[in-house]
Ligand binder design. Sequence first.
Ligand SMILES: *Cc1c(COP(=O)(O)O)cnc(C)c1O
Length: 388
Amino acid sequence: MKRIYMDHAATTPVDPEVVAAMLPFFTENYGNASSMHAFGQEARQAIEQARESIALLIGAKPDEIIFTSGGTESDNFAVKGIAYARKDKGNHIITSAVEHHAVLEPCHFLEKNGFQVTVLPVDETGLVDPVDVKKAITDKTTLISIMHANNEIGTIEPVREIGAIARECGIAFHTDAVQTFGRIPVNVADLNVDLLSASGHKLYGPKGVGILYIRKGTRIVPFMHGGEQEKNRRASTYNVPGIVGMGKAAELAGEHMEREAARLTSLRDRMIRGILDGIDHSRLNGHPVLRLPNNVNVSLEYVEGESMLLSLDMEGIACSTGSACSSQSLEPSHVLRAIGLPHEIAHGSLRFSMGRVTSDDDVDTVLTVLPRIVDRLRAMSPLYGKKH
Ligand SMILES: *Cc1c(COP(=O)(O)O)cnc(C)c1O
């Protein structure tokens, strides 16, 4: 059985060229990049080259890039680091209901520690309205954090407009670009951002490495203490292989992005059409156009997401669900709730996220297998039986 991986929003395979670039830094060039000898300096050079590749991809200056342990750390660093750096100016933060937990949880933490947080709603396609952002601003607002694209439903937010509002008001603006970095154009000047998070493993790089872009002149309170790395802003011995891998992944993303985004967009739209036309009582979640090229998120009524996911898995197809019937809370994902899906529809949601390995044939297979699984599960569903 050919296995089909449609969960690239969760993680991606490491590109063999990335692995090849990383390998020497485990065994030959293993120096500590902070050491003055040749071993250390070789590692140092490789790090600076990676920093340049990443800066180039997002239109930043190399010294505005800080290496971290991943998207989660970058989000935490941005939110807490800015909140504390601007504590004397105010204590109010604005974010949205569809952010990744790596942004929402630090915001909740700050709320318990004397900060105020406004969590903006989104419309039924997942969009934050820049007008709402403007209305939420007070003279105490120091930080706005709105993601570039949502990891579950793929909606691309109006970051550029929100950034312009933040700038006009002198408020720091952070965006979580983990899902867009290397997939669609991300340019820190175009997007009007002061801080931007990205992760290596979502773009064919290794796990455990990420970056935070910090616009020159933006004061931030460090999160990690204990060393002078990254100009005293992020202590800990450099993860040289990881950083080199993320740099190489950024280079490759730059080369592939345009062609790959166009290819995936057409696969995506064919798959969405195929599901909506081929399966009754199905709907698309997220925005139809302002959408990540690789994201398909659908709800299929009268079936549980987890039952479909497990049935698909048995046929070698890997995807994910925002349903959580077996989890403790029984609550569907916060994103599906934020776009206003009734529980029974949210519980039948599936996310397929495509990538470089995804082919036309893979889409055909899903379009053949999924309707069969849905039919079988619906036939067993008392809910469906009653209505049909
Ligand atoms: C995956 C993801 C993260 C977390 O990144 P890690 O590198 O896995 O810590 C943060 N935000 C978004 C939108 C993501 O998709």
